[in-house]
Design a protein around this ligand. Structure first.
Ligand code: AKG
Length: 315
């Protein structure tokens, strides 16, 4: 659907001005839009997951650990595919206001793709380098978007999500380096073409939601404050957008229609998309890839096995 066709359908949550702003700028911030009952439920299961992470010492397909993580001092970068690990995350992704927000921006037929929870731990939570998402998981069109939910209040000090307004209508950048290695971010040599001085940082109280389009250039600074910044990210697309590469963060819910109905025809955008490495054997993590971290043979083997298990259970 074109933005005009989407705008012709009555919105469920957003104002018409917010929808227009999303189409123009490639992002929108919705402050305090999620009821606190949901946030409290999600926080409670997140605490449980953090407890579980005390038992592991190296990153795997579930927990992406910061260097320095230990039983006594857990430091998580990411919980991968939270929907796969606790039903509350899926209830939130499929039944809460965020799926309605997706419908307001991709059209009434909405498909779930994947989820992740980026912690950006207090006192050192790592930066996310400037990148676009769609090169990680190409679709036949550019409707996919990511909805981020701040589980706690986020101000400038916590490393809020930063976006470059209008970049969704610009260049799609190469996320490989000049040696042909996937770096999952925009190479330093290309960054001068990104108007970083125009970056907008999206902040708000717990329950605020960030939405960015899959072509929008975005990133975030390290969190040097003494408060964590858990940001729960759920990715949706129009039902008529189809993937043609393996999902880096698979789950049994990939492809589930969360609003409206399934598509019988795929919609194709003529603009080309870069192809990522083949994730079908497993994916490490955005942070590890951007930081150029090497994972051990044992970690990669464990990831491959967990990956196989999840793909085997995918609906
Ligand atoms: O956590 C963040 O600040 C950004 C997340 C992000 O860009 C991603 O996970 O793709």
């Amino acid at each position: 659907m074109t933005p005009e066709q989407i705008l012709d359908v009555a919105p469920k949550i957003l104002t018409q001005a917010q929808r227009e702003s999303y189409f123009e700028n490639g992002y929108v911030l919705l402050e305090s839009v999620v009821p606190m009952e949901w946030i409290e439920k999600v926080r409670a299961v997140t605490d449980e997951m953090v407890e579980r992470s005390r038992e592991i010492a190296t990153s795997d397909m579930v927990f992406d650990l910061e260097p320095g993580h230990s039983k006594d001092n857990p430091r998580l970068r990411r919980l991968s595919s939270p929907v796969e690990h606790h039903p509350t995350y899926w209830d939130y992704a499929s039944q809460s206001v965020i799926a309605d927000i997706a419908a307001d921006l991709v059209g009434p037929d909405v498909k779930f793709h994947h989820s992740k929870l980026n912690f950006k731990w207090a006192e050192g939570g790592e930066e996310v380098k400037w990148h676009q998402d769609i090169q990680y998981w190409p679709h036949t069109n550019y409707s996919p978007l990511t909805i981020g939910t701040y589980l706690h209040d986020v101000g400038e000090e916590q490393g809020p999500l930063g976006v470059i307004p209008g970049s969704h209508n610009g260049e799609l950048f190469d996320e490989y380096n000049d040696k042909g290695q996937w770096i999952g971010c925009i190479d330093d040599g290309d960054l001068p073409r990104v108007p970083l001085d125009k970056a907008e940082y999206l902040m708000g109280p717990a329950g605020s939601v960030t939405v960015h389009n899959c072509r929008t250039v975005h990133g975030s600074k390290p969190n040097l404050s003494d408060l964590g910044r858990p940001l729960l990210l759920n990715v949706y697309s129009a039902a008529n957008a189809f993937t043609y590469t393996a999902n880096p963060l698979p789950s049994r819910y990939e492809g589930t229609i969360v609003r409206g109905k399934a598509a019988r025809w795929a919609e194709h955008d003529p603009r080309p998309c870069q192809i990522p490495p083949d994730w079908s054997g497993g994916y490490t993590s955005l942070f590890a890839l951007q930081q150029g971290e090497e994972w051990s043979e044992e970690q990669l083997q464990a990831v491959a096995e967990q990956n196989q298990e999840i793909r085997g259970t995918a609906a």
